[in-house]
Design a protein around this ligand. Sequence first.
Ligand code: CA
Length: 472
Amino acid sequence: MKKTLLIISFLFTIIIACKGAKNVKTDKIVSVSKKESQKKPNIIVIMADDLGYNDVSFNGSVQIPTPNIDRIANEGVKFTNGYVSYSVCGPSRAGFITGRYQQRFGFERNPQYDPSDPIIGLALDEKTIADNLGSVGYKSGIIGKWHLGANIKNHPLNRGFDEFFGHLGGGHQYFSNMWTIEDSYAISTESQSYRTWLMRDHKPVDPVSTPKYITEEFADESVAFVERHKNDPFFLFLSYNAPHGPLQATQKYLDRFPNINNKKRKTYAAMVSALDDGVGLLLDKLTELDLDDNTLIFFLSDNGGPESKNASDNGILRGAKSSVYEGGFRVPFAIRWKGKITKGIFDKPVSSLDIMATAVALSGAKTNAEKPLDGVNLIPYLNGENNEKPHENIYLRKFDQKKFAVRNNEYKLVINKGKKELYNLDKDISETNNIAKKFPEQVKKIDEIRKTWNEELIDPIFKGLIHLKKKK
Ligand code: CA
């Protein structure tokens, strides 16, 4: 009997011990995974719309001071050779948000605003940065301009985002008294799409509750988003429509530029200044919440400034929005990650496509091997671990115009309706001296690189805004 009791008591002890061990193990897993998730850096992408290369003071603007945007560049790294993957809004955004050259999936035109057509927009089998970050526990929000398709299948909440506050199209009006159309899906013309109510997630927002200048509304929303998600790993795409036309600003910002007499330029400067204030509010909130060291911030424009339209200034760069010259797709571009990357200037070419690759690498998200990313994780290049170049080549194709640009190290091949031009950007940043005849072997070499890349691409899968213009 005693023996039996002893055995029972022994077994009982073992069961308790095992249970205890199991509990300890579970606790450990919970605490490790919580710690891991806390370590994942927050990621913020602030994208301006049609901002000129020379219209931020970190790139030399004297006329338009941008002290807050400058904080990102001065406390982080300024890219002097930062490119986007296209020289107009929609395709450039499609590239950034997938981390892939958008010509791989046929997004090569600015999309028409057509809620009835699910093809006009981001191909549904592509993954967005919000999809990938969401898969490893990030909360994702987009505030501002979407412009990647107006069909509900392409609504941000159906493309990986948890939250949306903004407008589905481009070219939005800046004042809420202009927003006369409640339903963003009841639109039959492009110009109507500029006057829709904003949306919060899937719901139209009554303009009475959004009385501020749109740039201020978006700034306030960005601050609220960070406050709401301070304990999550978060991804915020702060997609300002400023300073894209229509040129509209409030007196508060216009008054900052008493010395600019040109009305267009003055209004543009006011719009950039409002955007800069918004960036300041967001940065202050991050500091207040002690999130500076764990938050990676990118700032860039979606394409070069359309100088004749919005009075932007691309400085010494040739060309403007839509161009295959540098002014079309080399943009103001900076990154900040306090304590993790060395402050300074980075002169080697980088791409907006690198944002996805960097985000994926830092978060541990998996990507689809059948749809490889075109960007690279920039962090090793910025903290001195890797002294190579992030990119051997930077590409641009404009299908409808039959134009190409391929930057290969210091050389850039431009193809304009069959005519080949070559520039040495190290010596001739303004692309004034075509040296194609002098260096035919360089032209041939880069053209071969172009052909190989071009074979990987498909034709555009939907008609764009250019086709609307032709109809008129
Ligand atoms: Ca744009």
